[in-house]
Design a protein around this ligand. Structure first.
Ligand code: NDP
Length: 316
């Protein structure tokens, strides 16, 4: 049998790398599967964004991929062993746990899962071209960028995220169209009230987003009323998807408790999953905050919990 690692971290976003930094400094010799493409690129969702202006410590903002490179270097500096491979199979039914990629199999005394989530996209024709050029899946990340200031904006979706993002965007836009495919919002009553009470939110009911308009940058959106089939073009500068996220947990199905939407369940106030010695951190379990800084915080907590748990097992 191969050498048993004290800690294997799966995922390399802010949660995974922060866990690695703390674990490496606690002499746990962390071993990381960074991921390759399943669930998005190594480094996580920040690698697909441009300016990050809400990560503390960067008063002028920081480029998303640059920030993740810094996270990675810091984890590397303290000796994290990293492989840019997707995990293809895990066995958490007995200890040591087994984690496999296509290239290797590793045994681990403890595991931190930090595989994140993927923002759902709609796949409209111009999406690839317009992504980050006026289209985004994170208003909190991108909404304050200068090209959205004092412009009409649009959010697609009818859940809590859509209302939260639309409310947030009213700080910058002249009007925020909330395009929803039905005639009632899915969002909680309190959030619905927030949308209805905000004079800058204009709800476009029973409508779907057809495509973005513009050459290199979004200048408008085509929406279609699904009851009348009528299409209309709305001039605007920004289109924000808020149609939900998919947690990157398919490889853990049947191995660990997931909630009805696929997020990993953790015990309240901790990062512990239902399997002793397996922890979760970041967007893979958090569907409310979903910020780089909260993911990093959870990564830190998961490493501290893993360290304590290993010590209790007599593994130091
Ligand atoms: P949800 O799954 O709750 O909502 C997704 C919304 O997108 C729905 O209105 C859905 O429409 C719509 N949608 C999905 N697919 C498409 C599509 N292809 N085309 C058009 N519309 C589409 O996701 P959220 O991210 O809003 O919320 C996830 C969870 O996080 C929820 O439990 C929520 O309560 C929670 N949350 C809580 C917050 C808070 O407490 N402040 C803030 C943010 C999230 P339809 O309604 O027709 O299905």
């Amino acid at each position: 049998m191969s050498e048993v690692k004290k800690l294997v971290i799966i995922g390399s976003g802010p949660a995974g790398h922060t866990a690695a930094i703390y674990a490496a400094r606690a002499n746990l010799d962390p071993f990381m599967f960074e991921g390759y493409m399943s669930g998005g690129p190594a480094g996580g969702q920040l690698t697909t964004t441009t300016d990050v202006e809400n990560y503390p410590g960067f008063p002028e903002g920081v480029n998303g991929p640059d920030l993740m490179e810094l996270f990675r270097k810091q984890a590397e500096r303290f000796g994290t062993e990293m492989y840019r491979e997707d995990v293809s199979e895990v066995d958490f039914s007995k200890r040591p746990f087994t984690i496999k990629s296509e290239k290797r199999e590793v045994q681990a005394q403890s595991v931190i899962i930090a595989t994140g989530a993927t923002a759902r996209r709609m796949g409209v024709p111009s999406e690839e071209k317009m992504w980050n050029n006026g289209m985004s899946a994170c208003a909190v990340c991108d909404g304050a960028l200068p090209f959205f200031k004092n412009q009409p904006l649009m959010v697609i979706g009818g859940g809590d995220t859509a209302v939260e993002e639309a409310s947030y965007l009213t700080k910058f836009g002249t009007v925020v169209y909330l395009v929803h495919r039905r005639d009632e919002l899915r969002a909680s009553k309190i959030m619905q009230k927030r949308a209805f009470d905000n004079p800058k939110i204009d709800i476009v009911w029973d409508s779907v987003f057809v495509d973005a308009l513009g050459e290199d940058f979004v200048t408008g959106a085509r929406v279609k009323n699904i009851k009348t089939n009528e299409e209309k073009d709305i001039p605007l500068a920004g289109i924000f998807y808020a149609i939900g996220h998919t947690p990157n947990t398919s490889v853990f199905k049947g191995q660990i408790d997931l909630d009805e939407t696929g997020y990993i369940k953790v015990k309240s106030g901790t990062q512990q999953t239902n399997i002793e010695g397996v922890f979760a951190a970041g967007d893979v379990h958090d569907k409310v905050y979903r910020q780089a800084v909260t993911a990093a915080g959870a990564g830190c907590a998961s490493a501290l919990e893993a360290e304590r748990w290993l010590a209790e097992q007599g593994i130091e």
